[in-house]
Design a protein around this ligand. Structure first.
Ligand SMILES: C[S@@+](CC[C@H](N)C(=O)[O-])C[C@H]1O[C@@H](n2cnc3c(N)ncnc32)[C@H](O)[C@@H]1O
Length: 223
């Protein structure tokens, strides 16, 4: 198991069969996702509105075209990325709920947050809240797990929502080809900047996707 300064990469156990979809425009969204992770002040009403409209338009075909392969990385993360705390989970970018049943099995108190009314209206499980993850509708320190399933990282909000120590689960259903892919080092750096703590990670690939589980270290980050 390779370990580089608190970053563990587990070998893949779920194979990647041929037929992985490619997403036109993924590179552009990845650039935006990285910008948001590094400095969320670039996110405003215009980007929020365009994002909601984009997913509203996709929502009618999302389940038929895109959900079959999505739970595999989460299932693998839940199986190998623990230990897990009890408590409340917030799922960011919950969409039509492709990941929610797996989360509810582990955390019955899961709150699903998404800004697209079209996507949310097709979801059938979990407590659903229409909101921008740039301003999470939860009290400070009130959740033990934040799951980001192919959605942007608002690191300050994630850190604010988490009780100590807290766990973040990051998922990209199409791995480095996913529009919301962000390299692990950048996720760790964003969480460290938001929390003044270093974060360790464990990650792997499963089916066509990847997962990263991040936990804060005890000691403050070096400045
Ligand atoms: C790629 S989809 C993933 C949906 C779901 N997690 C899945 O795997 O099927 C991204 C979702 O994140 C939502 N989203 C994007 N930016 C968001 C934000 N700032 N706040 C809340 N939801 C957001 C979109 O509306 C969309 O439903």
């Amino acid at each position: 198991v390779p370990t580089v300064a608190g970053a563990v990469v587990l070998p893949r156990v779920v194979p990647s069969p041929p037929g992985k979809p490619t997403r036109a425009g993924a590179a552009e969204t990845q650039r935006l996702a990285l910008r948001v992770a590094r400095d969320a002040s670039c996110w405003g009403d215009e980007l929020a509105g365009a994002t909601a409209a984009h997913f509203d338009a996709l929502s009618s075909v999302w389940d038929a075209e895109r959900t079959g392969y999505r739970p595999a990385p989460l299932a693998d993360a839940l199986a190998r990325g623990g230990p897990w705390p009890e408590g409340r989970c917030v799922e960011i970018g919950s969409g039509t709920g492709a990941l929610t049943p797996l989360l509810l099995e582990r955390w019955p108190a899961t709150v699903c947050v998404d800004m697209s009314a079209g996507m949310l209206s097709r979801a059938r499980s979990g407590a659903r809240v229409r909101a921008d993850a740039a301003r999470l509708p939860v009290a400070a320190g009130s959740v033990s797990v934040v799951v980001v399933g192919d959605a942007p990282l608002f690191a300050r909000e994630v850190v604010r929502a988490l009780e100590r120590p807290g766990v973040v689960v990051w998922l990209n259903a199409l791995g480095s080809g996913a529009p919301y892919f962000v390299p692990t080092d950048d996720i760790r750096a964003a969480l460290a900047a938001a929390s003044a703590r270093a974060w360790r990670s464990v990650e792997s690939e499963a089916l066509w996707g990847r997962w990263v589980v991040l936990r804060p270290r005890e000691q403050p980050a070096e400045t």
